[in-house]
Design a binder for this molecule. Sequence first.
Ligand code: UT7
Length: 318
Amino acid sequence: MKTIQGAPGAKILAFGHYQPSKVVTNADLSATMDTNDEWIQSRVGIRERRIATAGESEIDLAVQAGGKALAASGLSAGDIDLVIVATCTLEAQIPNAAARVATRLGIEAPGAFDVNTACSGFCYALALANDAVRAGSAVNVLVIGTEKLSQWIDWTDRSTAVIFADGAGAAVVGPSDTPRIGPVVWGSAGDKADAIMIKDRGSFLRQEGQTVFRWATTALHPVAKEICERAGVDPADLAAFVPHQANLRIIEAIARRLGADKAVIAKDIVLAGNTSAASIPLALSRMVERGEVQSGGLVLLLGFGAGLTYAGQVVEIP
Ligand code: UT7
């Protein structure tokens, strides 16, 4: 059997993101359910979020974000040979998102698959892209996290309606002479599968918030440290920390224990809400756009969520 030689390493070439234009504030939600700005800001950290319109699908969001990343990468559609979409909120199970997104972007006949590990999905997808480039099964990969959570939310349930939102973020991954995407650390806790779920096709998303909160604030900072160790990076040298944007209190608790003293901490949740698999690429792309991290800066990504699942890696800013 012949083997194929991949690249010595892989790197992120560019980012892109997209948010629906419709802004929903805490005051808007307080007008329709028994909640208030003070509770939402103090318990979760969200001030406002973006919600897609009825005619705007999770595929539309992915096409926008993916198209921007592709344009920023300097590559053309013909250079992409694999498209991976991380999502857990497709309106229908079949067909997958990746093939449709690729066709809409003019990418012809790429490998195309979806990853569903909910809020950790982008980090899983990025790890697969890194492996594919290094193994020689792809040259350039478009990785997208996209979610339309609003279509799986019960808009009368204040425990979820104030938290979740819509959006998409993307990265183009290509070959590199040296590794610029670190080794992934990934894992799961299936014993807590019931903590976040959509029970069946007639149900909305429900979560046992406190179970997930406890797990996220106790089990994940060791994972964050292990990711840095495996990449050979001292947390003190990180330019930024971009965890899944689940809850500002969780983000700050993990960041405190990490010792990443110089790092910019992503707090995108304040204006974007919790967009599950989209939250990390969305936050990172916006951070780069604002100039908060410079080219060559090392950023720790840490995804976690339903499953329960987690994954993360250190990446270098292009
Ligand atoms: O992205 C996937 C991963 N998910 C997560 O990481 C989520 C982790 N969990 C959390 O972030 C938090 O648990 C939540 C933000 C979901 C909830 O915050 P909490 O501090 O754990 O609140 P709670 O669920 O314990 O509720 C406290 C109180 C309850 O009232 P009582 O029983 O004390 O009278 C709730 O009914 O707050 C009430 N409450 C609300 N009040 C006003 C729940 N939702 C609301 C609301 N507005 N929207």
